[in-house]
Write a protein that binds this ligand. Structure first.
Ligand SMILES: *[C@@H]1O[C@H](CO)[C@@H](O)[C@H](O)[C@H]1NC(C)=O
Ligand SMILES: *[C@@H]1O[C@H](CO)[C@@H](O)[C@H](O)[C@H]1NC(C)=O
Ligand SMILES: *[C@@H]1O[C@H](CO)[C@@H](O)[C@H](O)[C@H]1NC(C)=O
Length: 355
């Protein structure tokens, strides 16, 4: 009796296993081929020169001295970004977020940059990502699910109205120029939501995205819709950086699993010491190219904090502290929660602010 019963449940388990495997393989390959077929034709082209310029903004947005940022005289405001004119700098003190909007000379574009998670909270944030499954439906997109934390960081804070307002002002002055949205880490996730917001809600059709070490932000349906709406997206990953591996990708939960959108560019090193050189691998249109960062284990925080040799973390261990001088304090607006917005009318000559 006991033996029979055991046998029966073994059989049941076995069938369950076969069924689930079949289900996974089926829906998984289905989603993948769909994504591939639709996007291989108009995949974003990777431009190395442009990446070196854009990573400078993604590094600078981490800085805490708002005066130097606002006047673009900061230590990370290097020669590749010379001539950049900030129009808006926003610090959401409540949620420890920072972003800026400005206009660059080369490429002639509106640049929107988002800061990632700051300082010592990074470790906790990464640990949290292993378990994050709190997803919400992306508005007006059936079955597209996204990470609640990343979504609300952009949509439910001071950041969104400040960014949209600045883009509007910039366009009034500079016309219908290209918009490039960038960010590192969680800032990359916010960049993606911002680009979608501009495309879907503001009918912008010239939005380009480049992110560095960003986590996954939504499910397969979301990834597919995203890449259809913003095909001009490059998602740079670095060697064993652990954040692009999070939240984890589960083969066996095809409907639930987080999935990346294309196009990944994986930076990694070959060789040792003075013989080492960097490879930039342009990945396929699936978003989850098994020969790119997926081919290694995501075990490194160090690799997360350096992209193209630049620091991608705050200069200030006291995360979220604000450094300003009285000039900036007089030009800025603080809301009741202490959030800070520095704005400039694009028509004002920028040099006036350098003092
Ligand atoms: C790459 O980007 C740089 C900097 O914006 C630009 O000057 C160059 O023309 C671009 N190259 C291509 C092939 O688009
Ligand atoms: C955003 O904030 C509002 C009110 O502060 C809240 O009702 C809403 O649920 C929040 N949205 C999300 C997605 O958390
Ligand atoms: C800022 O405002 C204060 C008080 O209104 C004033 O005393 C100070 O001179 C101003 N600073 C600058 C740099 O404009």
């Amino acid at each position: 009796m006991v033996f029979l019963h055991f046998n029966f449940s073994m059989k049941k388990t076995w069938w369950c296993f076969i069924f689930v495997t079949w289900l996974c393989l089926f829906s998984f390959s289905d989603a993948r081929t769909e994504l591939k077929a639709r996007h291989t034709e108009h995949l974003a082209q990777y431009n190395h020169t442009l990446a070196l310029i854009l990573v400078e903004y993604a590094s600078a947005v981490y800085l805490s001295d708002l005066t130097q940022l606002f006047t673009w005289t900061c230590s990370r405001c290097g020669h590749l970004t010379e001539g950049f004119e900030i129009i808006e700098l926003v610090v959401d003190v409540e949620h420890c977020l920072q972003a800026f909007v400005g206009v660059a000379e080369d490429p002639h574009a509106i640049i929107i940059a988002f800061r990632g998670t700051n300082g010592h909270s990074l470790q906790n944030w990464i640990e949290d990502l292993y378990w994050k499954q709190h997803e919400i439906n992306y508005p007006d997109m059936d079955d597209a699910m996204v990470h609640r934390g990343f979504y609300t960081a952009y949509h439910n804070t001071t950041i969104r109205p400040a960014v949209l307002g600045a883009v509007e002002r910039a366009k009034k002055f500079y016309g219908d120029i290209q918009i490039i949205v960038i960010g590192h880490s969680m800032g990359g996730a916010m960049a993606a939501f911002c680009a979608l917001d501009l495309t879907v809600n503001k009918q912008e059709n010239k939005v380009q995205v480049m992110t560095f070490g960003q986590p996954r932000i939504g499910n397969g349906v979301f990834a597919s819709l995203y890449s259809e709406l913003i095909p001009n997206t490059i998602r740079v990953t670095h060697d064993h950086d652990m954040v692009p591996h999070l939240p984890p990708y589960y083969y066996y939960l095809p409907q639930k699993t987080y999935q990346h959108y294309p196009r990944e560019v994986w930076l990694y090193n070959i060789g040792l010491g003075s013989l080492a050189y960097r490879v930039e691998k342009i990945c396929d249109g699936s978003g989850e190219d098994p020969s790119c960062s997926r081919s290694v284990s995501g075990t490194s925080i160090t690799d997360h904090l350096v992209y193209y040799g630049l620091d991608m973390k705050s200069d200030d261990p006291e995360a979220c502290r604000i450094v300003t001088n009285s000039y900036v304090q007089n030009t800025s607006i603080r809301d009741s929660k202490g959030n800070l917005i520095l704005s400039r009318d694009p028509a004002t000559p920028f040099l006036q602010l350098r003092r």
